[in-house]
Design a protein around this ligand. Structure first.
Ligand SMILES: [Zn+2]
Length: 92
């Protein structure tokens, strides 16, 4: 899908993390077949609507894991390596 989604009014420090997180979805797209990736995207879209803890949905945490492996840590405390903002362990 390759959609970059950065919510309006995102604090400046968190924008780097969002870009890195979205790059994690790009890495998913590169490593998975089209049909698997599309199923994941639909599951994640539905979870975003119906779950109140979407950041811990496995598709999202998987994107964080991939992005954290790709990007080295930075001095930005809100980057993808921040576990509270970008959790790596799913709960559903
Ligand atoms: Zn995401």
């Amino acid at each position: 899908m390759g959609v970059i989604f950065i919510p309006k009014n995102t604090p400046a420090g968190i924008q780097l993390g969002y870009v890195q997180h979205e790059y994690g979805h790009y890495l998913q797209e590169q490593s998975l077949s089209r049909s698997v990736y599309n199923k994941m995207a639909i599951a994640s879209f539905l979870d975003a609507i119906f779950s109140n803890d979407h950041s811990h949905f496995w598709v999202e945490t998987d994107a964080n894991v991939r992005a954290a492996a790709f990007f080295p840590p930075t001095l930005n405390k809100a980057d993808i390596h921040n576990e509270a903002l970008w959790p790596k362990v799913p709960n559903h």
